[in-house]
Ligand binder design. Sequence first.
Ligand code: C2E
Ligand code: CA
Ligand code: CA
Length: 504
Amino acid sequence: MTIDASFKFRQWGITCITAIGCFLFGVTIVIVQGINNFNSEKQESLNKAVVEIENILDTSSLIIDQIMPLASEPCQNTKSKLVDLAIRYPEFQTVSLLVNSEVVCSTYNGLVHLSMLSNDSRKNELILMKSKVIEPGKIIGVIKKSKGKNAVSITLNGRSFFYILSLIDSDENFQIQAFNQWVGKEGVLHDGISRFNLISYSPKYNFNVHTYISFNTYVTELYQRYGWIILLLVMLSIVISRSVFLNVEKNSSVLIMKKAINKDHFVPYGQPIMNANGELAGLEILIRWNHKSLGVIYPDAFIPLAERSGLIIPMTRQLFTNTIHAFEKMPHALPKGFHIAINICAQHFEKSNQQSLIDSCREFLASPISQSSFLVLELTERGIIENYGEAREVFDSLHDMGVRMAVDDFGTGNASLSAINNLNFDYIKVDKSFIDLIGSDAVSAPLVDNIIDLARRLNLSLTAEGVENQVQVDYLKENGVDHLQGYFYGKPVPLDEFIQTYLK
Ligand code: C2E
Ligand code: CA
Ligand code: CA
């Protein structure tokens, strides 16, 4: 109930946008980086494939140069040399010598007297074709060179290419393109140029190795590689958006609270404090937020944030001013010795805030109400410890001004008795949780006695808060408690009403 619906809506909106934004940002980075990595791996494989095929072609070209002069010799002298070569190099299918484009000697007899590539001017290049002999229909590569009327042609086993490709990347469908023909893993020769998005060209020969990576392949690949990162991103987005959620809530609430201070929407309520005879002895000022749409908001809903954000300082200042104004309007004087208690907090003792508290007290002491009343500042025991050093000096100055100090919520914090003693408190307010035990059960009742006893040993005036019934009143009176406060006597009411009810 600390922020209204429009802020909730805005808060959720900003949180959702942050969550989606973080997630999309992360996913985009993962996708871009993932695709880059994947592409460069594939590109490297293509480059490797090109180098391997070039090696075969280089070897073939070298051998062709070496055996070129053999074309002029009779086949019976040269044939065994050619066969040796075909055996030594497993990628060679046939080695043939040509004169005037006619095969004159070949490792495969069926080629002799065939005219091979007679009109083909493509020399020292890889030419892809379908084999007509030995393994008809299978892919072969042909490399041919000529010198004068002599020529040498080597046919390369298509399987050696596919073997290279599968060694380099068994998953990918790499294709070899030479001139206007290409062949893929399945070993079928196609005319034209195949589809690709990654390619590696041979700088030495007129061929390239390429591949086409489909959208589905990218998706599957990214999912397999980076699926866990997506999960991590979801978690990270939740963590970030949660902190944004809290931050927006804090800032929105702080903003609303700031506006409310400017519009003077924080108002003082008063709750009566009685002496042991049941007569009005003073009141405690309790802050309320008059919210335009939510109505009256109780301090527990906004004081913690006001303290964390530092807004408690201007808020308390305003409360002082409003309290002074409320009593100024009163037509008659306050009962003698009436005390007005205002709650302060640990933040008031920080260096930068001390002056604000002292100024507020001065404002109070300079006003007409201070003539018949005195000011009590209630500081909760839970806030004393951390600020002990800082608090001491301020306490002294306040005491010098005539302000009295009360330990609030006594028994609930960890303040040591010596710390409480050193700070020179004037009152102790025993916390409601102990008063609740009175008349409840026998087991916890001694706790109340102990707390009262502890307070008494400090030799300070005792106030019991949260008194709700006659049993508690009787018990507290019997045990010498000086002041009583609680619904039994009256709930906190707006100051005008308080004046009407208790101070007529
Ligand atoms: P507190 O100072 O201990 O104030 C007493 C709280 O107990 C008040 O709640 C009061 O309404 C409630 N109370 C009093 N008698 C009874 C009773 O018989 N039965 C029950 N059930 N409750 C009773 P409230 O006004 O909601 O204030 C809650 C707390 O908010 C206060 O506790 C105090 O710690 C803080 N607070 C209130 N006003 C201010 C302020 O102006 N400045 C600062 N720093 N804190 C404040
Ligand atoms: Ca109090
Ligand atoms: Ca209290």
